[in-house]
Design a protein around this ligand. Structure first.
Ligand code: GDP
Ligand code: MG
Length: 411
């Protein structure tokens, strides 16, 4: 606030949370720029601290002058993610919400953005907190029986604890983990390679899926020589689709290189789509790769005797394209999960949840033997700390360093 008073010296005091037109002055009292001043007093700000926002005209020269003026008054540039980190440290949001801030910025599709918003609202963090509360209850029970070893504890008591552990923790976490495949794909996207013999319609398929004329289509075999990529989405999953040279033996050095690159693209892809030509049975066998989806194109020319593994398609008329998109999306994750509840969207969360399950199950192994019950308590406490790492509870300094190093400046 003192910075704002110094820089907008001639102004009346800026009222909290009201946009006020101000002139900002340099040290000699000359006007540097004019714009909106906003003042958010603690704790009602993004970081929870006193925050001042200056919205100037933004041209590089004037912006630089304004910045050097505020630096002169004691400000400094923020580290990447520093605003959000402070918000976490001041308890405004939990760590999973902070990660959602980055996810909102990075989201490549509307569906990914919506999921990031849901996490930003805190749904994922709240779910983890509920699990932690249940775990605390169970650990307390186990520890209580450790504290009074002389008391006779009925076996039924441990049965009940074990059942609760399975039903209220292990099973829900396993269900949550089942969403990770789709959740991570939604943000990280997937690569899909189209392979097959020359002239079967690979480039036509790429154009049809991408919805624009990206690759050259021709009836001259061997037209596509390099790997060509386009980005598009199916059901909200960002996809990088690679069209490749037709796989065949060739004397042409450039085409040979194209075939080598096609094979390489296929090896690196998350999904390989093999395309064959219904009118040419010699294109039905894939020479090198194992494909995930087998497509029989040009079914307008011939339809009978198509081997069962193939999915019928006619790029020319568009028949089968929508079904292919569904197929592709489902290959990448259970798409029905996308719009309900919370998904595991980060590898960091998935790894923690997997470790948590391991410790929960280890604790179950000793829950029936009184002399080893302390091991159960130890395993379950460890699981509790792991879960805490998702939302930023406990000794998480190193986790914060890691998470915020991936943020961009100004967030
Ligand atoms: N009849 C028919 N022709 C097609 C179909 N799809 C592509 N073609 C034609 O097949 C030829 C080869 O297509 P192209 O996409 O360049 O094949 P690529 O070599 O596998 O990339 C072109 O003349 C296309 O117009 C289809 O579904 N039916
Ligand atoms: Mg082609």
């Amino acid at each position: 606030m003192s910075v704002l008073e110094a820089i907008a010296a001639s102004q009346r005091k800026v009222a909290p949370r009201v946009a006020q037109l101000s002139s900002w002055l340099d040290e000699d009292g000359d006007v540097l720029d004019q714009g909106l001043s906003l003042y958010f007093p603690s704790p009602y700000s993004y970081t929870g601290e006193d925050v001042v926002e200056l919205q100037g005209h933004g041209g590089p020269v004037m912006l630089r002058a304004l910045l050097s003026r505020v630096f002169q008054l004691g400000c400094r540039p923020a580290e990447p993610g520093e605003f959000t980190r402070r918000a976490v440290e001041n308890g405004k949001i939990d760590l999973s919400q902070a990660e959602a801030v980055a996810a909102c910025i990075d989201a490549a599709t509307v569906r990914a953005g919506k999921q990031a918003q849901r996490q930003l609202q805190g749904a994922f963090g709240q779910y983890i907190e509920v699990l932690m509360q249940k775990l605390t209850g169970l650990v307390a029970h186990v520890e209580a029986s450790l504290d009074f070893p002389e008391e006779e504890i009925p076996a039924l008591f441990f049965d009940q604890i074990a059942n609760q552990m399975r039903d209220e923790l292990i099973q829900p976490i396993e269900q949550l983990l089942a969403t990770a495949k789709l959740g991570e794909r939604l943000f990280d996207g997937a690569t899909v390679a189209i392979v097959g013999a020359p002239n079967v319609g690979k480039s036509s398929l790429l154009n049809a899926l991408a919805g624009r004329d990206r690759a050259i289509v021709s009836d001259v075999p061997g037209t596509t020589r390099d790997v060509l990529e386009v980005d598009f989405e199916v059901h909200g999953i960002p996809i990088r689709l690679a069209d490749t040279a037709g796989l065949r033996l060739s004397d042409d050095a450039i085409e040979q290189e194209g075939v080598r690159r096609a094979e390489q693209a296929a090896m690196q892809a998350d999904v390989i789509m093999f395309v064959a030509d219904a009118s040419r049975p010699d294109t039905w066998e894939t020479p090198v790769v194992h494909a995930d989806i087998y497509l029989m194109n040009k079914t307008d020319l011939k339809q009978d005797v198509i081997p069962e593994r193939f999915f019928s398609l006619c790029v020319k008329s568009g028949d089968g394209l929508d079904e292919l998109k569904d197929r592709l999306a489902n290959q990448l994750g259970d798409i029905s999960l996308a719009d309900e509840g919370v998904l595991v969207t980060r590898q960091r969360h998935r790894t923690i949840l997997l470790d948590t399950i391991t410790h929960l199950k280890c604790g179950l192994l000793t829950v029936y033997s009184e002399e080893k019950l302390d091991l159960t308590a130890m395993e379950w406490r460890r699981a509790w700390s792991l879960l805490g790492g998702i939302i930023g509870i406990g000794d998480v300094e190193h986790i914060l360093d890691h998470v915020f190093s991936e943020f961009c400046i100004g967030k």
